[in-house]
Ligand binder design. Structure first.
Ligand SMILES: [Zn+2]
Length: 402
């Protein structure tokens, strides 16, 4: 009796000392980014995704502490392959690089099973988030590594890949790129096979980086809604990598979603500067050759690249998009098609990031702004993850089960 009374008093005292309840409860939605280029960092010797890093010192934007801070539950981790020559040797080298990248994603999950979990379906995402773990969907950015045999896509599906984009910066064997001279008038015959196989498997087709022609044909051919995993609005910045209003509406009418990018050159006008581009290319090339280094050497090399980039920015200043610019693209898409067809694919670790939102830790700024604009919790839940998961589920449901 006495003990329980004392217990009551202690609890009452603790309650008095407890901080006042937060004005807003913790978000209850699942926040996903549909284009994480973070796997590119996984091969850096000694780089630990469980540690907090900073863009200023190692040019990374995503790690577990910063994801936790930003409230990001996970996303689509990209198997990205740069576009190389369309030769047998080029395609073979790309195939090997993509398989290695896919293995690195799975190794990350296997090394930290209490932190990450592979996700294959929309239901998996719910289950993994409920456990407080980070959701790891996989996607292919640039199908070039599939070479001349699209059936390799089946192998990637078995590895867990659930989203596929045919092209990157340049035209390839599957179709035209938004940023290259068209060669196929959209998809090539192989590109049409790729789209059909993605549908058959239940993979989401991703039209980011694709030309308008490819976008139109994916919309026409796909049995399921499609996604633009990291794209902006051409009405805000007229760049071929962005979608015009008519196409955003078509995408939404088909049940798809545009996931807004934070890549500087697509958000605002970045006048071409060949000297800067050359110097930047040389610096970034270092990052491709870290594997033979010790962790200490790799860390020093990365630091030198980060310092080199800062010096380059001083020598050749470029206009920098801000958080407000990014939000202009977000709100334009929202005004156009509503919160059931817009989300975030900020291109983290792939060139994304703006002044005021330099890494994933800053993501709550987006929510804060959208709340101010009057979006409610249900709409935010759609925006942050519901739309991407709906598209994933629709692709899965439309698959041809054999
Ligand atoms: Zn990209």
């Amino acid at each position: 009796m006495r003990a329980s009374r004392r217990g009551f008093l202690v609890n009452a005292a603790a309650a008095c000392l407890a901080p006042p309840a937060l004005a807003r409860p913790e978000p209850h939605w699942i926040a996903l980014d549909t284009h994480l280029d973070t796997p590119a960092n996984l091969a850096r010797p000694g780089w630990d995704i469980l540690q907090r890093h900073s863009f200023a010192t190692d040019l990374t934007q995503v790690d577990v502490p910063r994801m936790r801070k930003g409230g990001l539950n996970g996303g689509f981790w990209a198997v990205y392959t740069p576009q190389g020559p369309l030769t047998p040797e080029g395609k073979m080298a790309a195939r090997d690089a993509a398989l290695l990248r896919a293995a690195e994603i799975r190794e990350m999950v296997a090394a930290h099973p209490a932190v990450f979990e592979l996700a294959f379906t929309a239901e998996d995402a719910q289950r993994i988030a409920a456990k407080g773990k980070i959701i790891v969907f996989q996607s292919i950015e640039n199908s070039y590594p599939l070479g001349d045999d699209v059936t390799l896509l089946r192998g990637f599906y078995k590895l867990g890949v659930r989203m596929v984009g045919p092209v990157h910066f340049k035209v390839n064997q599957f179709g035209d790129s938004a940023t290259d001279k068209p060669q196929w008038n959209g998809l090539s015959p192989q590109g049409k096979d790729l789209a059909a196989l993605a549908n058959e498997l239940g993979m989401v087709l991703d039209a980011s980086h694709a030309s308008d022609g490819v976008f139109d044909q994916l919309i026409a051919l796909s049995a399921a809604p499609i996604i633009c995993s990291h794209s902006g609005c051409r009405a805000i910045h007229d760049h071929p990598r962005n979608l015009d209003d008519a196409r955003i509406k078509t995408l939404a009418a088909k049940g798809g979603t545009i996931q807004i990018n934070s890549y500087n050159g697509y958000l605002i006008d970045e006048p071409p500067n060949p000297d800067r581009a050359k110097a930047r290319g040389a610096l970034y090339d270092t990052l491709e050759h870290l594997d033979a280094m010790t962790p200490k050497q790799a860390a020093a090399a990365v630091r030198a690249v980060a310092q080199g980039m800062a010096a380059l920015d001083r020598k050749y200043p470029v206009p920098r998009a801000t958080f407000d610019t990014f939000m202009q693209h977000v709100t334009h898409a929202l005004d156009l098609v509503g919160p059931d067809h817009v989300g975030v694919g900020a291109d983290w670790d792939g060139g994304g990031g703006v002044v005021g939102m330099e890494d994933v830790a800053a993501l709550p700024r987006i929510t804060e702004r959208l709340v101010k604009l009057g979006y409610n919790d249900a709409q935010l839940a759609q925006f942050w993850g519901g739309n991407a998961l709906r598209v994933l589920k629709a692709a899965h449901d439309a698959r041809k089960v054999t």
